[in-house]
Design a protein around this ligand. Sequence first.
Ligand SMILES: Nc1nc2c(ncn2[C@@H]2O[C@H](COP(=O)(O)OP(=O)(O)O)[C@@H](O)[C@H]2O)c(=O)[nH]1
Ligand SMILES: [Mg+2]
Length: 369
Amino acid sequence: MKKLIIVPTYNEKDNIDKIAPKVLEQDDLIDILIVDDNSPDGTGELADEMARDNSRIKVLHRKGKLGLGSAYVAGFNYGIEHKYDLIFEMDADFSHDPKYIPELIKASEEYNLVLGSRWVKGGGVEGWPWYRYTASWGANLAARLLLSLKPKDITSGFRCYHREVLEGINLHGIISSGYAFQEELIYRTQKAGFSIGEIPITFVDRKEGQSKMTKKEIITSSKAIIKLFMHRRGVGQIVKFGIIGATGTAIDFGILNILAVVFKVNVYLSASISFIVAATNNFYWNKRWTFRGAANNKKMHLQFVQYLIVAGIGFSLNLVILRICVPAFSSAFKLENSAPLVVNLSKVVSTLLVMTWNFLGSKKWVFKG
Ligand SMILES: Nc1nc2c(ncn2[C@@H]2O[C@H](COP(=O)(O)OP(=O)(O)O)[C@@H](O)[C@H]2O)c(=O)[nH]1
Ligand SMILES: [Mg+2]
């Protein structure tokens, strides 16, 4: 089993020559690939010297600081080209103790991807101030929830991939470059159906050199996670449906007020007209935008009638829920039925439930082909 440990470096002159021998001594079939982004401190030149003395050390030079993600992609491509069986990610700064490498290799007999994990039993972090600990844990949890990822430590940068995983997840399609890259790789690995295991590690904060985690990096990574989230099947639909629902509600209120308040039209007639106009608006945009591409084989007028039925039931549901919530909240908070808290909280509950009903009715019935 040929193994390649990829170590991306940016200003790691004080670490790289110390970590390399520790990595190589873990297993006879290990090679190291240093991917240096033209570090100003001369890490690249030092790496070249090391490679001259030891054929198990390889170096890739890139023009400038192009980001951790693309450094790894370059390293992965090297590993794929040279037919390494196991391909590792590892930091240069001793945060990832080389002693875990044999454990990662062992677990790789069972899993397609193995993570060195801080957030499983037995794992942890040493030397981080509380805010960095909280931020890392929180970012990890948020991304796990948004992307429904099963592993506990999805930002970990200490990993062992079988080559087949990297060949099977379309590295060219990756959209994030910074730290979100780690999450995206897990997302793709899980989606492609590969198994993922975790072994506990203690992550030790770097002693030499500086962290490259910056505010800009955090913002770019958060954006990448949200982009991935929007790419998930169905999520974009819910957001679009919500936007159209909001415009429909504005139209509904606007027309009701113009007719009933300004022109003194009978309030029930006004409410019916405003409801029909809003529903027509929602139908049109949901057909054109939210559910574009679905249900081309259904007659338009049939679809419209079905939509009115769903929206009409939704409207009645709204009244029923208000009839239940208003007395319940008013007795719970010991307030009048007309108190702003009671009225608005009830409206929030009914809106959420009715929107869910309308969305499911539209998706599963009206716009289903
Ligand atoms: N080639 C390359 N390596 C990078 C880049 N950014 C970070 N690294 C390396 O990636 C590893 C992790 O970075 P580090 O600054 O320790 O991040 P932290 O541990 O999250 O604070 C280290 O080996 C860095 O030298 C980059 O843009 N290009
Ligand atoms: Mg580090």
